[in-house]
Design a protein around this ligand. Structure first.
Ligand SMILES: Cc1cc2nc3c(=O)[nH]c(=O)nc-3n(C[C@H](O)[C@H](O)[C@H](O)COP(=O)(O)OP(=O)(O)OC[C@H]3O[C@@H](n4cnc5c(N)ncnc54)[C@H](O)[C@@H]3O)c2cc1C
Length: 609
């Protein structure tokens, strides 16, 4: 058994920042990660970090843009914290040595990004996340923070009182990918989940293969609600054959989108008469797919993104990485030809419900980064707002877990504030989910003493691994493919009621099939078949919650477009969707969005660009 004050699960931008903050506040902190820190997906972030650094800019404008971008579903206290604190966090990164791109006069450069009223996106070429990750990892090494890398966390160790608000998290159980050992990590100060995105729920995604939403599913099984899962960002510029991202930085620098008829459709077809290519991502993705669906796409699949007019010097200076990606993955030379692009899954606006300090409803359990929902993105995230979220809320969660005094939170978690049950009748039964078999046991453990709780959880996890390795049954890959295919076909940019119902039915079958899952590779070292099998269970939980939320939300808001409901309905839907794991089945409920900020209320307006 390993013991630390604070255990951070995940070593991407959020996890590293949380660990640094907890260590600064005096805690003995350890990071547990299934990947080596610098292989975390934050390293793939290209475009930049939003922060109001210039005199002509302000955190208030950044907050306004973010609330508008969210289609008024973000919580103002979290948004204001993000916008107030991101400048000092960017300056902190700069002081730690992050090599930002610079102006002639030495100031950190900023570029325009979609949905921003000021060019406030700071960047390091087109490899901002890579530089950010390495800068923070240097700090982790310098401070001697313990890192257990290549440990796959299987579950949280949480007491099992009936009401999640009475539960306490005492640690995690993890599987050592190098040796096959299962062990417990006790953390009486707190566990911080920073496990990143869940793009593998879909089959065309910009996310890495490791982005399977593990932390979200673990928290869910331990009684923490998943919030706003139906809001998925589909990025408008991904390469068609692989899903590899072409950064919004290309459009920020002046890149232009053309349809198959050579029209600059964002303007010529009236999708965004003011901002054109730099409208919010949900708007651009819908525009591209409309062009393709109405026969004006290229090869019935994609549109063109052209940056040739920017000139070789500027492209090499600011977007060199993009040239390599387009060449390596699509065979397109961005200097001499336009690049093919189409929308692809990119980001989860929803996740583990937290308040603005990263606290969940379970005592001692925190979440930060893409796996968390504080909520700063609401129904649509603005480009460049995820990286500042990692450092602002990673730091807050780290401080809080280490016992540093914080202000009282304004965002309630769990059913501690106003809430209402869902009134939606699913045609497909969402109840009676049997996930208590040995291959898919529940997260909670029956004991209140921390030591006993950890021992029980470790035993249970060992049993689960042994069962998966020793029995014969179905391979996880076919189940994962079923989930990815149905989600991509039916829960994408455009959503329709009967196809969402069909997906729920497909997911039901996939869940039943998972009860018989087995791992054919018996090895104990680097058994990726086993890891992927455990991850597939997480994908299933997330896909189901996401589809339930999408079916029940009968309006069109941000990234959530519904064929049958073509309007944003502020009278009835200014509320967050929550899905809780309750007594063996998912429960859907709602809580109001908080639009009251420090000194103003963000009144919902028509969202045009
Ligand atoms: C291609 C791409 C480009 C992007 N560009 C930008 C951009 O320019 N600007 C911007 O603001 N946002 C951008 N984003 C979004 C942003 O990069 C991500 O939201 C963010 O980096 C996620 O960071 P994170 O720390 O939450 O997770 P990650 O960096 O993904 O780290 C997750 C960590 O959790 C660990 N982990 C996961 N599961 C387990 C488990 N079961 N056990 C142990 N460890 C586990 C992993 O090992 C990893 O260390 C981009 C996203 C993508 C995909």
């Amino acid at each position: 058994m390993h013991e630390h004050d604070v255990v951070v699960v995940g070593a991407g931008g959020a996890g590293l920042r949380a660990a640094i903050a907890a260590q600064e506040a005096g805690a003995d902190v350890a990071i547990v990660s299934k990947l080596h820190p610098v292989r975390s997906h934050t390293g793939a972030a290209e475009g930049g970090i939003n922060a109001a650094l210039r005199d002509a800019d302000s955190w208030e404008d950044h907050a306004y843009d973010t609330m508008k971008g969210s289609d008024y579903l973000a919580d103002a206290p979290a948004v204001e914290a993000l916008c107030q604190e991101s400048p000092e966090e960017v300056i902190q990164l700069e002081h730690w040595g992050m090599p930002f791109s610079r102006e002639e006069d030495g100031r950190v450069s900023q570029r325009p990004f979609g949905g921003l009223s000021f060019p406030r996106t700071t960047y390091a070429g087109a490899e901002t996340g890579h530089q950010m990750l390495h800068t923070m990892y240097e700090q982790v090494v310098k401070r001697g923070i313990t890192v257990y890398d290549e440990w796959h966390v299987m579950d949280l160790v949480v007491t099992d009182e009936p009401d999640p608000a009475d539960r306490t998290c005492h640690g995690v159980v993890a599987y050592d990918i190098q040796t096959g050992e299962v062990n417990g990590f006790r953390a009486d100060g707190g566990v911080i989940l920073a496990t990143g995105g869940m793009g593998q729920v879909f089959d065309h995604t910009t996310n890495a293969v490791a982005n399977t939403g593990d932390g979200v599913a673990m928290a869910y099984r331990a009684g923490v609600p998943m919030e706003d899962m139906e809001f998925i960002q589909f990025h408008p510029t991904t390469l068609p054959s692989t899903g590899v991202l072409i950064s919004e930085g290309v459009r920020g620098e002046g890149g232009i989108l053309y349809n198959g008829e050579g029209e600059r459709f964002m303007f010529e077809r009236g999708y965004a008469n003011n901002d054109g290519e730099l409208a919010s991502r949900d708007v651009v993705s819908r525009a591209e797919l409309t062009e393709v669906n109405e026969g004006r796409g290229i090869e019935d699949e994609y549109v063109h993104l052209d940056m040739r007019h920017l000139g070789e010097e500027r492209i090499l200076d600011r977007l060199e990485n993009i040239l390599h990606l387009a060449e390596d993955f699509e065979g397109a030379d961005g200097l001499t030809e336009p690049m093919p692009v189409k929308p692809g899954q990119h980001y989860a606006m929803g996740g583990i419900e937290t308040n603005e300090h990263g606290e969940t409803v379970v005592d001692g359990l925190y979440a930060a980064g893409e796996c968390a929902c504080a909520s700063v993105h609401g129904a649509n995230r603005l480009g460049g707002n995820a990286l500042p979220e990692l450092i602002v809320f990673g730091k807050r969660a780290g401080y809080h877990a280490a016992g540093k005094e914080m202000s009282e939170a304004e965002i309630p978690t769990g059913k501690n504030g106003e809430w209402e049950p869902a009134d939606y009748e699913f045609e497909i039964s969402v109840g009676e989910v049997d996930s208590r078999g040995p291959a898919a046991a529940d997260g909670g453990a029956v004991a209140t003493d921390a030591e006993a709780l950890l021992r029980t959880a470790v035993e249970r996890a060992r049993d689960r691994v042994e069962t998966l390795l020793s029995r014969t049954g179905r391979n996880h890959a076919e189940i994962r493919s079923t989930v990815q295919e149905t989600m991509t076909a039916n829960v994408n940019v455009f959503r329709e009621e009967d196809r969402l119902e069909e997906t729920l039915s497909d997911l039901r079958e996939a869940r039943e099939a998972y009860q018989e899952v087995a791992v054919s590779d018996p090895s104990r070292t680097f058994n990726t078949d086993l890891i992927h099998t455990m991850e597939t269970r997480n994908i299933l939980d997330i896909a189901e919650a996401l589809t339930m939320g999408a079916l029940a939300r009968r309006e069109f808001r941000g990234a959530h477009w519904r064929k049958e409901h073509q309007e944003r309905k502020d009278e009835s839907w200014l509320k967050h969707t929550l899905v809780s794991w309750n007594g063996g089945e998912p429960e859907l409920w709602y809580k109001p969005a908080i639009l009251e900020g420090e000194s103003k209320t963000y009144e919902p307006k028509v969202r045009s660009y």
